[in-house]
Design a protein around this ligand. Structure first.
Ligand code: ADP
Ligand code: MG
Length: 680
């Protein structure tokens, strides 16, 4: 009997309600999900090394027979499980901490395979927290190459293998790539590829099969992105006229000369705006590279042409800052600006909405409040989102939908590596502002252990005495607003009652009311607050040129890109700035990251390193970037395939017939992702 690919997993032989629930935890709901639950790695059993040959410091798989199992409780709250395994050449000890439930899995005499980092402890080979597999739990352990899956609670390797085997027997996954693409790029057929990744005859077959599946995934994604782009280009948008007096007046009024990169990006923006096809442009610029002024001139251009412009920022602090900066430049030219944030009173809001609807304001600057349903524009010509990495694709689309194919300008200060830009922003044209305005003194970045805390804070006080201001960034507490709050208030209390006793300090965190936040920020801008103790809420956009010191506590908890964003808050004025990373991190990866911060000041280089060090999944803000869920492709390692796939996709979207062939597969693979872009 054949079962459809999108059938619920519970219809598969061997899956009852309980197992279906457990599979669900692994993200497996349908047969299709099961077949695309790809192995994380493979073990070539013919090459398992004898224990005596294992190399210290490497991560390897080896096998042996359990000699004994011991559980130690050296102190309260600590349980250590030690399993000694032996082969003909030696012994190795496997160690787990506080995972006593594992104990019952192991009995002396069992043959197991372990995988982990080979270390030495008191002259013994030791592996901490290895992945293990008990040979009896696996059928066909005579196979030479064994796939290893991401497994879960009560779902082991053997089960997954068995289920996938059954699934491949009851359904034949149809081919989903156009024949000419298959031929041109010499791709393996889909059913074969799926069989080979799950039941690999040889490692060569695995790599061929993997290439096919990675290609498929990236090709479909690119087809979707390029299709959106194409579609957009076919729309009839707004054709702005070449620069007139208003734009020229604004450019003359600037208190500085634009950098070469700014001029180039601005030219690209203007060219797009002067074209009848709607602009869809991303301006990527390092922190402090001066993107705001580019947006400002573009907004003036749309006003000059009789349209309204909107600028959306991710926080109220930032929206207000933009409103302030742009008002100074534009109000004297007779441009009418309004601000729309969540904190307006109902009456004030009604009034602003009324002005916007009737075309009585030219430029509206705001937060998410701009995309609420009752915000209607008279004639929207240009939409700008600042710090796009803080918005979803959906929010961008919502603002865009408030006009009739308005021009769209997206700005981000989180430089993202090229591979990632193609995967996330493949539907946009990209301008890059890499260079910083002249005269900036690079921030000096220092990395110290926590022991130096006292000296570091003494240094902060010296800067304050010279009239400067400082940021102290609280340790990052992952995914918890509540803990964030505790850590922020805790640090504030500690510092104000010790090091900073008698110095005006302020506290800023995400859980404060908008009014309180503004109040603190306003006092910091004015210089009434000398030291601002804050969570990462200050990471985006805040511009206080007199602030010259930043101390980041437990710096190892932050990713490179985030550290760079934070550091971008200083070094904005004439004085030398200092960023101090405090950390007692033990592990090498973290130290490497912090050392890199002290050496590299360019955001693009850091972003690339970050992606390399932590992988796409961990890359800071991957989610916020609107990163699609990739099942098999690795956008760093598979860059060559990505470029091929993009080339193929470009051809496909230009051929309606081929495009209609992949429509279905595209929907299957990325339907959710693109629905977010299309209908919202
Ligand atoms: P970001 O790209 O991070 O958004 P901003 O637009 O906030 O950067 O600019 C940072 C600072 O640099 C602002 O104070 C701005 O006035 C200033 N600035 C921008 N362009 C130039 C320039 N060409 N020369 C000198 N200063 C500039
Ligand atoms: Mg900015």
């Amino acid at each position: 009997m054949e079962i459809a690919l999108d059938a619920n997993i519970k219809y598969l032989k061997g899956v009852g309600p309980a197992k279906a629930a457990l599979l669900g935890k692994l993200g497996i709901f349908t047969l299709k999900d099961l077949l695309s639950h790809y192995p994380r790695r493979y073990e070539d059993r013919s090459r398992l090394k004898p224990i005596a040959m294992l190399e210290l410091g490497t991560t390897e798989a080896f096998s042996g027979v359990i000699a004994n199992v011991r559980e130690l409780r050296p102190r309260r709250g600590l349980v250590i499980l030690r399993v000694l395994i032996r082969d003909a050449t030696g012994t190795a000890e496997l160690v787990w901490f506080n995972q006593s439930y594992l104990k019952k899995r192991f009995r002396p005499g069992m043959r197991i395979v372990a995988y982990g980092k080979i270390e030495r402890f008191q002259a013994k080979i030791q592996v901490n927290n290895p992945e293990v597999e008990i040979s009896e739990e696996r059928e066909g352990n005579t196979d030479r190459i064994i796939p290893v899956y991401p497994a879960g609670e009560n779902i082991n390797q053997k089960m997954l293998r068995q289920l996938i085997k059954t699934a491949l027997e009851v359904c034949v996954p149809p081919e989903n790539l156009p024949p000419e693409i298959m031929a041109e790029y010499k791709l393996m057929k889909r059913p074969q590829a799926l069989t080979a990744v799950h039941f690999p005859p040889t490692m060569e077959a695995v790599s061929e099969a993997r290439r096919r599946l990675v290609f498929e995934e990236l090709y479909l994604l690119q087809c979707g992105l390029l299709y959106i782009k194409q579609n957009n280009k076919n729309q009839c948008g707004i054709k702005h006229a070449v620069d007139g007096e208003l734009v020229r007046a604004m450019e003359r009024k600037l208190p500085f000369k634009l950098t070469v990169d700014q001029v180039k990006a601005l030219r690209e923006v203007k060219d797009d705006m002067e074209d009848v096809r709607p602009m869809q442009r991303l301006v990527q610029g390092d922190v402090g590279s001066g993107k705001t002024v580019i947006a400002g001139i573009a907004l003036a251009k749309t006003v000059e042409n009789g349209y309204q412009g909107a600028l959306m920022a991710p926080t109220e602090i930032l929206a207000e800052q933009h409103y302030h900066t742009l008002s100074q430049l534009m109000a004297p030219l007779g441009i009418r600006l309004a601000i729309l944030t969540g904190k307006l009173t109902r009456r004030a809001r009604e009034e602003v909405l009324d002005y916007i609807r009737n075309g009585l304001v030219d430029i509206v600057i705001g937060t998410h409040a701009l995309i609420e349903e009752d915000v209607n524009f008279h004639h929207l010509g240009l939409v700008v989102t600042d710090e796009q990495h803080r918005f979803g694709v959906v929010q961008r689309a919502k603002l865009q939908a408030k006009g009739q194919h308005p021009d769209v300008l997206v700005m981000t200060a989180t430089p993202i590596p090229r591979t990632m830009a193609l995967t996330v922003y493949g539907d946009l044209d990209v301008s890059v502002v890499r260079q910083l305005p002249p005269g900036r003194k690079p921030v000096k970045t220092l990395f110290y252990s926590g022991q130096k805390r006292q000296e570091v804070y003494a240094g902060v006080i010296r800067e304050v005495e010279r009239g400067r201001q400082a940021y102290i960034v609280c340790p990052l507490v992952e995914n918890s607003d509540k803990l964030d709050l505790q850590s922020a208030t805790g640090l504030y209390e500690e510092l104000t009652s010790s090091f900073f006793h008698g110095i005006p300090c302020g506290l800023l965190h995400g859980r404060m009311k908008a009014q309180e936040k503004d109040d603190v920020m306003a006092r910091f801008y004015r210089g009434d607050i000398k030291v601002l103790i804050a969570t990462t809420v200050i990471e985006v956009g805040v511009n206080v040129p007199n602030a010259t010191v930043m101390v980041i506590e437990d710096a190892e908890r932050f990713g490179l890109s985030q550290l760079h964003q934070l550091r971008g808050r200083i070094g904005r004025g004439e004085h030398q700035s200092y960023c101090v990373l405090l950390s007692d991190a033990g592990h090498e990866e973290a130290k490497a990251r912090l050392r890199l911060m002290t050496q590299v000041s360019d955001g693009f280089t850091l972003a690339e390193k970050d992606l390399e060090l932590r992988g796409p999944g961990q890359f800071f803000g991957a989610r916020q970037h609107g990163m699609p869920d990739l099942k098999i492709a690795d956008i760093i390692k598979d860059i060559d395939i990505l470029l091929e796939a993009r080339k193929a996709a470009l051809k496909t979207v230009n051929s309606p017939e081929t495009m209609s062939q992949v429509r279905r597969a595209l929907d299957d693979a990325f339907g959710e992702h693109f629905r977010m872009i299309f209908h919202s």
